[in-house]
Design a protein around this ligand. Structure first.
Ligand code: 13P
Ligand code: SF4
Length: 365
């Protein structure tokens, strides 16, 4: 039987321990009707409740085959949108706090992408010469834009493979919103930096000359992740001085010079797997979000592995951190009472076009 929606204010001052007990009780009540997905950047206090964990690619794949009625996403807004697009229409996707966005995803919006489309059409024929590729860290309407213009989605795991796909369709790529992932992936394919200029969507012709646009292979959107942007090559130099036998592993959202000076570069799942499978007593400097690194450091201690966060000045991803035990307890208690709160529903037309690009990605990778 449905009761009135429980207001979040009731949970605001509820202690973490009480929330944990309430989460477990609600889960018990919901049973198999509920599945919880958790991204690796989530804080331990909620991550522990995830049935499945992963990077963006792995979590997207799970969404295609889940049976549960409710999918609660411990992550950020674009991830919940992907879950909604890839799950069945009758399944309900919930993001415990709607303010959990991704500041990088917000650096590209449809108005700016459409303006860039018009600007580029002044110099080239966009639909014949440019494949638009959006990083999965983007709103659903941008994925739909790519669907409409012969483009595709990529993740941190498959970006070089997806770029190859893009170049098979057309000779140039517009890559948004993360310039660092685009630059690193292009570099891995052997594309020189001068053929990957930064496209500033707020400038006429992206702030480039006609010649620069014509010479470009990849136009890199002027966007970045505020968390990864803070890592510095000096952090690596310092670590290598102290631990000459140590290894450095970074996420491709980190600046180019950091990736260049790292021993390994890859997605969150790749980072976890590489360090977990490394020999005991090895030393690691890790350039990605703090919650992941803290958890990994704890897990690796029994094997004598030293796992260190790359920077002293970077903190956790503040939007990922919005998903806390209070919000999780609140949305699960509502679900257990038959009330749906914070549902993420992508409009049908947009979802169809966005799904086209996600399917292209899943096929190509
Ligand atoms: P992954 O797909 O590697 O988990 O990355 C997602 C993300 O937001 C990194 O900042
Ligand atoms: Fe977005 Fe950066 Fe947070 Fe990842 S770490 S969710 S890219 S703001």
């Amino acid at each position: 039987m449905q009761t009135a929606t429980i207001k979040f204010e009731k949970f605001q001052s509820t202690k973490d321990d009480d929330c944990q007990a309430r989460i477990l009780a609600a889960r018990e009540k919901l049973g198999k009707r509920l599945v919880i997905l958790g991204h690796h950047y989530q804080h331990e206090s909620v991550y522990r409740h995830a049935d499945y964990t992963g990077d963006s690619l792995k979590l997207s794949k799970y969404c295609e085959s889940l049976d549960a009625e409710y999918i609660v996403f411990l992550g950020v807004h674009f991830m919940a949108e992907v879950a909604d697009i890839l799950s069945r229409p009758e399944q309900i996707v919930i993001l415990p706090d709607l303010a959990a966005g991704c500041s990088m995803a917000d650096m590209a919006n449809l108005a700016k992408v459409e303006r860039s489309y018009r600007e580029l059409n002044k110099v080239l024929n966009f639909d014949e010469e440019i494949t638009p590729i959006t990083y999965i860290n983007s709103a659903a309407d941008l994925k739909a834009f790519c669907g409409e213009h012969g483009g595709i989605v990529c993740t941190s795991t498959n970006a070089p493979k997806i770029l190859e796909w893009g170049f098979k369709q057309r000779e140039k790529v517009l890559f948004f919103p993360d310039q660092n992932l685009g630059r690193w992936s292009g570099h891995k394919m052997g594309i020189p930096l001068e053929q990957m200029p930064v496209w500033d969507p707020d400038q006429p012709l992206g702030g480039l000359t006609v010649e620069q646009i014509k010479n470009a292979k990849i136009l890199l959107w002027k966007g970045h992740c505020a968390v990864h942007q803070m890592f510095r090559p000096q952090n690596i130099e310092h670590f290598k001085k102290l631990h000459p036998d140590g290894f450095v592993i970074s996420h491709p959202e980190a600046p180019f010079e950091v990736c260049l000076n790292s021993d390994y570069v890859g997605s969150t799942e790749y980072i976890l797997r590489t360090v977990s499978e490394a020999p005991p007593n090895t030393k690691w400097l890790v350039g990605t979000e703090l919650n992941l690194v803290t958890r990994l450091a704890e897990q690796m201690k029994p094997q004598g592995k030293h796992v260190q966060f790359m920077s002293h000045v970077v903190c956790e991803c503040s939007t990922m951190a919005r998903i806390d035990p209070q919000h999780l307890a609140w949305c699960l208690e509502n679900l257990a009472e038959g009330n749906i709160v914070n549902q993420i529903k992508v409009p049908k037309h947009e979802a169809e076009l966005a799904k086209l690009t996600l399917d292209r990605m899943l096929q190509a990778s």
